[in-house]
Design a protein around this ligand. Structure first.
Ligand code: FVH
Length: 304
């Protein structure tokens, strides 16, 4: 094989929604032979014109290649689509968003059907796929052997980050990052609400807000360092006692501006509870210990 004739892995993609279609286009552009299938066949037409082979059924698509990428709406749709397919000897890479428990159960389900399994959590939106400078990537977990075997092919749509043999870890990392994102969105919503009735241009606040959030990101690394060492006073910049003392200012300001404190209050209450335990010299890290329950709560999605 010379430099100019690198072998292109042929693969199957199940699911041509917004994300599946974006993924498909990158493999086609990179000259990977691609077989696609979608429940609504019309969504495959444009890709057929771009060189994809369109299978008539999911089972036919699975039979066409040993590498099968799945990008469907949810875990239940994966069940529906693969019910009649022979998965023996197949390498399944499931990029469908799921919970860690669903991913682990799906890995076991695949193993029982003679397939190897890799789970993925996509940290990108469709326009970021195939655009390396956009910074999107996919968390992978499950079979390391499978990841190493296919990481070149999987790296075509977006970057790849392998996070361990536990099939649930990709989903867990995905949900952890997105949960932090929602916390940030909650703070941003509160900030804009505070100025909503004033003569302040939201577009003028936006860059100040964005820069401030970026300036605060070193706190993420400090928190990790404190969790690792078990010393929540390590490198503390603004201690908990000082921060709790400041919370009435935030709540009064919200009230004066006619803004509900419902996004801020739960976090402030946790800070106060931690302070009441005698942790005034600590950072905010102790709040994490208050959140972690001693025993995991069972969820209805854990069974299949
Ligand atoms: N789009 C995004 O911004 C996010 C970014 C992060 C990752 N997510 C996850 O990616 C999975 C697919 O998302 P999507 O954007 O492609 O979603 P849709 O455009 O809604 O397409 C859904 C596809 O799933 C098919 N489908 C749904 N239910 C069934 C079913 N019961 N049986 C067979 N196929 C099913 C649907 O088919 P059709 O409606 O065209 O017939 C689409 O192919 C997802 O897990 C996101 O959380 C995307």
């Amino acid at each position: 094989m010379t430099q100019n004739t690198v072998e292109k892995t042929s693969l199957t993609l199940l699911g041509l929604g917004a994300m599946g279609t974006a993924l498909a286009r990158t493999w086609l552009s990179a000259d990977h032979p691609l077989t696609v299938w979608n429940r609504t066949p019309a969504r495959a037409s444009a890709l057929a014109a771009e060189g994809a082979r369109v299978a008539e059924s999911a089972a036919e698509a699975v039979a066409a290649n040993s590498l099968i990428v799945i990008c469907l709406l949810d875990d239940a749709s994966v069940d529906e689509v693969l019910v009649g397919a022979d998965l023996t000897g197949r390498d399944l890479v499931n990029l469908t968003t799921s919970t860690p428990a669903q991913a682990r159960a799906r890995a076991e389900w695949a193993r029982e059907r003679g397939a190897r399994y890799l789970d993925g959590g996509i940290m990108a939106v469709p326009p970021m796929i195939g655009v390396p400078e956009a910074g999107g990537y996919v968390f992978y977990s499950g079979s390391r052997e499978l990841f190493e075997l296919h990481h070149r092919t999987l790296g075509i749509p977006a970057g790849t980050t392998y996070v361990g043999e536990d099939a649930g870890f990709a989903a867990l990392h995905d949900v952890a990052l997105l949960s932090a994102m929602y916390g940030m969105f909650a703070g941003v919503a509160h900030a804009f609400a505070l100025i909503r009735k004033e003569d302040i241009d939201p577009a003028a606040l936006a860059p100040l807000l964005a820069d401030w959030l970026v300036a605060m990101t070193p706190a993420v690394h400090r928190t990790a360092d404190q969790l690792r060492s078990g010393d929540y006073t390590k490198g503390v910049v603004s201690n908990l006692a000082m921060q709790v003392a400041g919370t009435p200012t935030f709540l009064s300001t919200a009230e004066q501006q006619g803004v509900s404190p419902e996004l801020l209050k739960p976090y402030f209450e946790l800070m106060s509870r931690r302070l009441a335990e005698g942790s005034g010299e600590e950072d905010l890290t102790g709040v994490i210990d208050l959140l972690v329950r001693r025993r995991a709560v069972s969820c209805p999605d854990q069974g299949r």
